[in-house]
Design a protein around this ligand. Structure first.
Ligand code: DGY
Length: 327
């Protein structure tokens, strides 16, 4: 009888993923909802053919070496893969896969929710009610801004940026402008205008960061960028925390260089409880929950598991980041 492929899963995952893996593989799960400690990760990957990991697991040379030369695939249950050393995987002939497409709607919905939450100061309102600050109706209290007639900027017009644009358009925004590495023809679906980064920053009333993080986008939003933005501008980040320099953001928000920020991603994650951004009313922070829906997480687990089965059976996975080159 053929030996079953060995798979290590670094967390408890939704059932649809488990059901795909367990019938045909010898699977070990890290039975927890919390991130696996580094030492345990290093211990558990020894001798496996596949690792199913999360964006919190750093998969570097050390992990690959501990796993051994039989390792064929690292499958991350996320779209982002900046936690995986692609160079090291390539050198060792290890495939890397991710879960694109299936969380797009969830993240786009959350991004628009965060735009409205921040622009309409909804959290401050909800806290005011809980804290007994809700007196008689006041004509001048907790003012926000409307989307109508605003210039809505999108940094990174990938699937999520596109989903945000389509959802925000019916709110009556005047212009949707975007910046990406190039002009994109599908932007005509919502009348999107390509602009240079400089113009995106200067002209946006609401600026949504929907791009991924790489050496070009790391700390792209910094002191200099904030100085160019409108003092009424609102910045939203559902990409990766490291795209914004958080010290500079704090300064921009406290000195009223910009009006407000809504972040679903921060650097680091979680943000320490004593982080200065947590003291600000004009900064709404969510705990990286863009893809937290049943639909999205079930599909992410399913695709992450299917990707493993595909690679182990010499097929083409759905989310192929790096193809294994057989020696
Ligand atoms: C991803 O998939 O990369 C998200 O950030 C987590 O849902």
């Amino acid at each position: 009888m053929n030996q079953l492929f060995k798979v290590f899963v670094t967390r408890r995952i939704p059932d649809p993923g488990t059901q795909i893996l367990t019938p045909s593989c010898d699977v070990t799960f890290w039975e927890s909802d919390d991130a696996i400690p580094r030492e345990d990760l290093l211990k558990n990957v020894k001798g496996v053919d596949a690792i199913l990991c999360m964006l919190t697991d750093k998969i570097d040379r050390e992990v690959l070496e501990r796993a051994g030369p039989q390792l064929q695939v690292v499958s991350t249950m996320s779209v982002g893969y900046e936690h995986i050393d692609l160079q090291a995987c390539q050198e060792r002939g290890v495939s890397v896969t991710n879960t694109p497409n299936v969380s797009t709607d969830s993240v786009a919905e959350l991004t628009v929710s965060l735009v409205l939450l921040t622009a309409r100061r909804l959290l401050e309102g909800a806290y005011a009610v809980k804290n007994g600050e809700w007196g008689k109706w006041k004509p001048m209290w907790l003012y926000g801004v409307e989307m109508k007639k605003r210039t809505f900027g999108i940094m990174g017009l990938g699937r999520i940026g596109y989903g945000v644009a389509k959802r925000i358009k019916p709110f009556g925004v005047e212009r949707i402008i975007y910046h990406d590495v190039q002009k994109l023809s599908f932007a005509s679906d919502f009348g999107g205008e390509y602009v240079e980064f400089e113009d995106l920053v200067k002209e946006s009333d609401i600026l949504c960061i929907c791009c991924n993080m790489n050496p070009q986008t790391r700390h792209l939003f910094n002191k200099k960028t904030f100085q160019k933005m409108k003092t009424t501008a609102i910045i939203i980040n559902t990409g990766r925390g490291g795209i914004i320099n958080h010290d500079d953001l704090y300064e921009a928000l406290t000195s009223h260089q910009i009006a407000a920020a809504g972040l679903d991603v921060t650097e680091p994650e979680p943000l320490p409880m004593n982080h200065p951004l947590l003291t600000l009313n004009n900064c709404v922070i969510l705990p990286h929950m863009g893809s937290n829906t049943w639909e999205s997480r079930n599909r992410m687990a399913e695709i992450a598991a299917e990707n493993i089965i595909s690679v182990l059976n010499k097929g083409r996975p759905k989310g192929e980041v790096l193809r294994r080159i057989e020696a």
